[in-house]
Design a protein around this ligand. Sequence first.
Ligand code: 0RA
Length: 645
Amino acid sequence: MAKEAAENGERQYDAGSIQVLKGLEAVRKRPGMYIGSTGENGLHHLVYEVVDNSIDEALAGHCDEIHVTIHKDNSISVEDNGRGIPVDMHPTEKLPAVEVALTVLHAGGKFDKSNYKVSGGLHGVGVSVVNALSERTEVIVKRDGFKWRMAFVRGQTVKKLEKLDKAKDTGTLVRFKPDPEIFTVLEYSWNTLADRMRQLAFLNKGVAISLKDDRGAEPKEENFFAKGGLIQFVEWLNRNKKALHPKPIAFTMTKDDVEVDVAIQYEDGYNENIFTFVNNINTHEGGTHLTGFRAALTRAINEFAKQQGALKKEDFSLTGEDIREGLTAIIHCKVREPQFEGQTKTKLGNGEVEGIVKQVVYEQLRTFLDEKPAVGRAVIEKAVSAARAREAARKARDLVRKKSGLEGAVLPGKLADCQSDDPAECELYLVEGDSAGGSAKQGRDRRFQAILPLRGKILNVEKARIDKILSNEEIRAIITAIGAGVREDFTLENVRYNKIIIMTDADVDGAHIRTLLLTFFFRQMLELIEAGYVYIAQPPLYRVAYKKEEFYAYDEKEREEYVKRLVGNDGKGNVNIQRYKGLGEMNPDQLWKTTMDPARRTILRVTMDDAVEASKLFDELMGDEVEPRRQFIERNAKYVSHLDV
Ligand code: 0RA
């Protein structure tokens, strides 16, 4: 269409504006194609998109400050001290370049400025997409000695570029307000934005990023800045842990046009925490850079061990898994034309990167180990003990395996199983305490609901090694009841219940047991969470009764509403309010009505969409520090997104 109009001799300007309209229409019609979703993730993605442009300017060496503000109306502004988006006429579009950048889809590439632009995946779709999905956008540029301004509504220019006062410095400010016609969620989350800004500051050393929240009575602000880059990133990840060596191992090398930036630090725990990025994008699904890194680490450490004569007494060699026990690492690659694959487009596909990372990491590690053999010996000692534990775990797992699955299921004695054997309709309630377990057994619908009471606090699975975890009685009961094994043996198809519902008291102990169980599933049966099989029951906090009527309230606000409804605003009358401190205070019938009956209950599905965040929270919970643990319990709700009826 646009082309035809131009060929018919109409002005280019009209052709351009038709193209703009078509672009806008496409974005507004299928926002998900450009930003993933129109929910919470998509909403936050708008901010990342704008900030990415400022980061690109920083990567090009022209910007070292980025200020992000959440305004009272949930509009966002992103201001940087870069060169400013150009305001001169764009040679082919016949519009000021800044207008092209804001209104023409994929205009970003036309400027072709920085070396490793954030592109591919969901990132890099350009500010024009943000503009198209915003009720209102304003751009202020300081450049060429002046301040300039433009405004847009739903992506269309409503105020042409105007020249304002003189300005000595340079920079760009983009302010946008997400369109309520597009987004189902409009409220920004401080934590989500702060996590990403912190991450960006670690990944781009020397760039100062501030985040300000003007929505509350008191403005809130946090500044992110890491002169040490990835080194500070791993130190921060390990901040609640005991490191095996004080200084992270770190290096940056460019080979065949690929920049490889790595920081590594071992800690005395048992998990592997490797986070990978490509051009600032979190590659949750890994890819060729991760494969190359792992191969290099395994080879370098094994060769060093051999050279040190460290494995002479042992009748086994170190596997990659042994060597990654207690490892915290960040790998950040800059790749010119990244290919992102995988379900969420967060897996690096470029084949050439594997060999490059492998070679760089291998060489750098060998050099490091030669210079600091003491660190190498500590790593080997840890890996050897991991290998011994692996042997012990195999034996323990054989034990668990014999008790479940193929070899004739012997279900745990405490389990009150359900009658159905169709996993799709079966539910397993993990219930805190024997007394609540008893009520649940009496109150349930035994056709499809199974009950497993858990006594006291289950083992802290984060701090224990797999062999010890598997010899814990409560844990074994859970594993055998679910019937699908653990870790690399875990088989989703064998799961006996498609809903596994954690039901604990509404107090601190209950929250603790719930997080312990979540940690266990996260570490040992991740697929169970990914499949959306894990839920949290929502028992009521209050029973509100008046004469013959009764209501169950799930929070204070609801309680007040019921009281009002029953006796009016003056609050007179004998309303009986009972606060449930534990599940045990409910009789079987009440427990069924309020918490277990699928027709009336609410259960929350546990989701896990951000591995960095998840692992961070679990680490905080399980670390030695008490305060982060308390904070985790408070924030735990974040994990859990609504649903099911
Ligand atoms: C194109 C060219 C130049 C700068 C930018 C784009 C630019 C874009 C954004 C978006 C947010 N902040 C930004 N800062 C800069 C520079 C052209 C030149 O001066 O040579």
